[in-house]
Structures are given as C-alpha cells and as structure tokens.
Design a protein around this ligand. Structure first.
Ligand SMILES: NC(=O)c1ccc[n+]([C@@H]2O[C@H](COP(=O)([O-])OP(=O)(O)OC[C@H]3O[C@@H](n4cnc5c(N)ncnc54)[C@H](OP(=O)(O)O)[C@@H]3O)[C@@H](O)[C@H]2O)c1
Length: 314
C-alpha cells in the first residue's frame, strides 16, 4: 500500500467490470476493500474470486444491502467508494440498491469520491433514448441526482463499449465471439463507436479517483485509436484471419421490428446496440466543461488496441 493514496471500497467486486477495478486498485497500490455480501451464500465461484483478491492483499468486509448499518460501517473504513453492481440482470434492484448506497455514504459523511455503477453510455446524452431500453439511462440519472442532492463528491465513468461484448461480437447483438464466415452490418456499419478493453477501464477508473481534475465530472474513455465503426472492427478482424467475411445488412427499421418481438430484458439490451450503431450516440457530441477524456489525462496508459484485443479469439 502506498502512502497518500485513497483507501477504496469496491461494491460488486466479483462482477465482470468490478473484478477489473479491484485488480487495478491493487496494481496501483491502493488499500483495497471489497464488500463481501452475505447473500452470495454458497456461490463458491464468487467466493473463490473474493479469496483470490484477499490473497493478493484486498480486505473483505462483510455486509449487505439489506443491512444499512453494515454499509455505513464498511464505508467508514475507506475514502473512496466504487459501485460496479449489475445494470442488466437486476435492473429493478439496480436503482434501489444504489440509492441505499448513496444514503449510507451520506450518513457516513467521510467519502472523498463516489463512483456509481455507470461504465457505459453517458446517460446525460440519452434524454431522447427509446423505450423500453431507456430505463437504464433514466435509472442512472436518478442515482446521479441523489448523489448531487446529497453533495457527495463524484466521478461518473462513461466507459463506452466493453470490448468483450461489442468488439468481440463485431457489434452483433447476441454474439460475443467474432465469426469467421459472415457478419451482419447494422445499417451502413459506418457509425463510430468506442471500444475499451475491460482492464483499461479498471486502470483509467482507478487513476481518476484521486485526481482533482475528475472531481464532480464525467470521465469519458475515448482512446483515439479505438474510436471505430463496425466496418472498421470487421476490417481489423478480417486482417487477423486473412479472410473477408460475407456481409448482410439489417436496416434500422428491420432492427426495430425485430426488437419489438423480443422480451423486455432483451429489448433493453438491444436498444444499446441501436443507439450506438445507428445513431452513433457515443461519438455524436463533444466533451464539454463537465467532462474530461481519459486518454488525454493519462497518456502514460498504453491502452489496448482492437487488433491486439481480437488476437485472443484467433
Ligand atoms: N459499456 C458496456 O458495454 C457495458 C456492458 C455491460 C455492463 N455495463 C455496465 O457496467 C456496470 C456493471 O455491470 P457488470 O456487467 O460488470 O455487472 P455483473 O457482472 O452482472 O454484476 C456485478 C455485480 O453486481 C452485484 N449484484 C448482482 N446481483 C445483485 C443483487 N441482487 N444484490 C446486490 N448486488 C448484486 C454482484 O456483486 P457481488 O460481487 O457483491 O456479488 C455482481 O458481482 C453496470 O452499470 C452496467 O450497466 C456496461
């Protein structure tokens, strides 16, 4: 542990992005705490992840969202709280749980920075997003309002597309492995998205927590060489496999019709692909005074380019 570095509590530390954030926190020398939720019960895989972090120096603090006191006690031991709880599988809970966390942080009164579970599209840019998927953006905005009303110092991390979902699936919903035969273009496939390696999300997030430049701001992860269209990502993959894929296209109208036939949870997921790949919602705005761009603030981070990322699928 290094002097002068904040002590960090990660809530949701065994999750997909939470794990990367714990890893980065340990790597950057922070005293790292993870909430060990009683509710995980006999989920032995989760426990193994937590134990492996403990072996690397993290401290597990037992607690539960249904025990306010346990949250306050956990929070009192640290300077920074990062929440990485799921936004997809527990949507109805997501907002409620985060509001509980905000309440506990407010009561504890010692937190220098709170990072709520965002890590995607900036919800502040999504006022015109479509139903029913917009619920994820609306929920995140409700949590932001609670944080700001409580005057809790914050940083919102807009991580854009996790490379493992959008990049590896060549921007095709329901696909997380790049195909070697064919690919379906969403519209003309030219809307620019932004792909970020999950470990880099962890690295940038932890760099931001003690940085005065990111206080009460949104940190956008926009590494320049990873601002790519679906066609760009496909070209990178084609070069790696030395072969051109067969291409078909789904128009915006066809996509929306297909989406309406899906169940609620799937529609909520699909709407992200729609706004990213047809509207270019990640890149159709400039970062204003309320934001900072991570690769500019931290040029020392040698972020993973998509050719390097996709090599693991060869
Ligand atoms: N930009 C993108 O492409 C993208 C993609 C996916 C997700 N995201 C965003 O990233 C954030 C994290 O998502 P994720 O995919 O990493 O999540 P995840 O792996 O599905 O879950 C993260 C954690 O949520 C906690 N959790 C789940 N159910 C819970 C419950 N009932 N009560 C309390 N805690 C519960 C668990 O914490 P424990 O570790 O304590 O068990 C779990 O490890 C979300 O805000 C999501 O919107 C962005």
């Amino acid at each position: 542990m290094e002097m002068g570095k904040s002590r960090v509590l990660i809530v949701g530390g065994s999750g997909y992005i939470g794990r990367r954030i714990v890893k980065a926190s340990l790597a950057q020398g922070h005293e790292t705490y993870i909430l060990y939720r009683r509710e995980i019960g006999v989920d032995i895989e989760k426990l193994q992840i937590l134990l492996s972090f403990k072996a690397q120096g993290a401290r597990l603090i037992e607690g539960s969202f249904s025990d306010h006191r346990s949250l306050v006690n956990a929070i009192k031991q640290v300077d920074v709280v990062i929440c990485t709880i799921s936004g997809v599988h527990i949507r109805s809970h997501h907002i409620l749980l985060q509001l509980k966390l905000v309440e506990a942080i407010k009561e504890a009164g010692n937190i220098k920075r709170f990072l709520p579970s965002e890590f995607g599209t900036d919800p502040a840019q999504m006022a015109n997003a479509m139903e029913p998927g917009r619920v994820t953006f609306d929920d995140k905005m409700t949590v932001r309002k609670a944080i700001e009303d409580a005057k809790i110092p914050f940083t919102y991390v807009s991580a854009n597309c996790f490379a493992g979902y959008f990049g590896a699936g060549l921007c095709q919903p329901g696909s997380i492995v790049p195909s070697r035969e064919s690919v379906c273009l969403l519209g003309d496939g030219n809307a620019k998205a932004i792909f970020v390696d999950e470990d880099d999300i962890g690295t940038y997030t932890i760099k931001a927590i003690d940085d005065p430049r990111t206080l009460n701001k949104t940190l956008y992860l926009r590494p320049l060489e990873n601002i790519l269209s679906q066609r760009d990502v496909i070209r990178i993959w084609e070069k790696l496999i030395g072969k051109e894929l067969e291409k078909s296209t789904i128009s915006a109208e066809e996509f929306l019709t297909m989406m309406k036939g899906q169940d609620y949870a799937q529609q909520v997921g699909l709407i992200h692909y729609y706004h990213v790949c047809y509207d270019g919602c990640l890149t159709n705005f400039e970062i204003g005074d309320e934001g900072e761009e991570a690769s500019k603030l931290y040029p020392e981070v040698n972020y993973t380019r998509m050719d390097e990322y996709l090599k693991r699928y060869l």
